[in-house]
Design a protein around this ligand. Structure first.
Ligand code: DGL
Length: 270
């Protein structure tokens, strides 16, 4: 009854943590492509191929359903994966839609036509590839009208987090928020559109100030997966063992993951 969770590296652990809290009986298998991180500066074809390799590895672990806990893969590759690649009986889901449903005050899976919503000025912080794909704006336009989105590509931030250089990561958050403020001085809401960024959520909140509603994905994705599994119990795969896979060095990745999540995570080679 396993479910797969994929990310380019450590960021998806923020989502995994929320999934563990909300669905404690589901064995999750995590796959971090740490050898190839960051994805955010890669071309779409490259992201597609790396993501498919990770998803296939999770299928081997008995996960029929895989969550792409990576906005970059969700933005640059998910549509192509769903339309051209996923075989019968398997499912791959992304992390954009739950976030946008929350921002536009919708119930999970409400596909009614776009309408006016309370929030009008949204700052999106994401990787360069996610920003370039415009997937966030596209998904938003299906659900809301009249929302102004200013997207800030946060170059360097995933790399700094993966390296464990939190001083650099903090400086980068400040400079990206400043750059955003020059173009949108008063956002009402900010979206942390990369699963690595919740690890810097306090710094984002402090730099944005108390008047900005900050949307971060982990809890939203967990709530929407709970609802999805209640409607599609057949997609919980035959795997029974939880686990942590990485394409990087399992010892080094495990140490960094322990620092972030404050518990021991036994990573093994993918
Ligand atoms: N956690 C990934 C995301 O949500 C990071 C992407 C990267 O590797 O640059 O976008």
């Amino acid at each position: 009854m396993a479910v797969g969770v994929f990310d380019s590296g450590l960021g998806g652990l923020t989502v995994l943590d929320a999934l563990h809290r909300r669905l404690p009986d589901v064995p999750f298998v995590y796959y971090g492509d740490n050898a190839n991180t960051p994805y955010g500066t890669r071309a779409a074809d490259d992201i597609f191929n790396l993501t498919c390799a990770g998803v296939e590895r999770l299928w081997e672990e008995g996960c029929d359903l895989v969550i792409l806990a990576c906005n970059t893969a969700s933005a640059a590759a998910l549509r192509r994966i769903q339309e051209t690649w996923v075989p019968e009986g398997k499912r791959v889901l992304g992390v954009f839609v739950p976030l946008i449903e929350a921002l536009t005050e919708r119930q999970w899976g409400d596909n009614s036509p776009p309408r006016e919503v309370a929030v009008k000025h949204v700052a999106l912080f994401a990787t360069p590839a996610t920003v370039q794909s415009r997937a966030f704006q596209r998904e938003l336009a299906f659900r809301a009208i009249g929302v102004d989105v200013e997207a800030q590509p946060c170059g360097g931030l995933v790399d700094a987090i993966e390296q464990g250089d939190m001083i650099l990561a903090e400086a980068l958050v400040h400079s990206h928020v400043e750059a955003l403020h020059r173009r949108m001085p008063r956002p009402q809401a900010a979206v942390l559109g990369c699963t690595h960024y919740p690890l810097m959520e306090d710094v984002f909140r402090a730099a944005l100030g108390p008047d900005v509603a900050v949307y971060s994905q982990p809890e939203l994705v967990a709530a929407s997966l709970e609802d999805y599994l209640a409607r599609h119990p057949e997609l919980i795969g035959p795997g029974t063992e939880p686990g942590y896979l990485t394409t990087g060095d399992p010892v080094a990745v495990g140490q960094k993951a322990t620092l972030f999540l404050r518990r021991k995570l036994p990573f093994r080679a993918a």
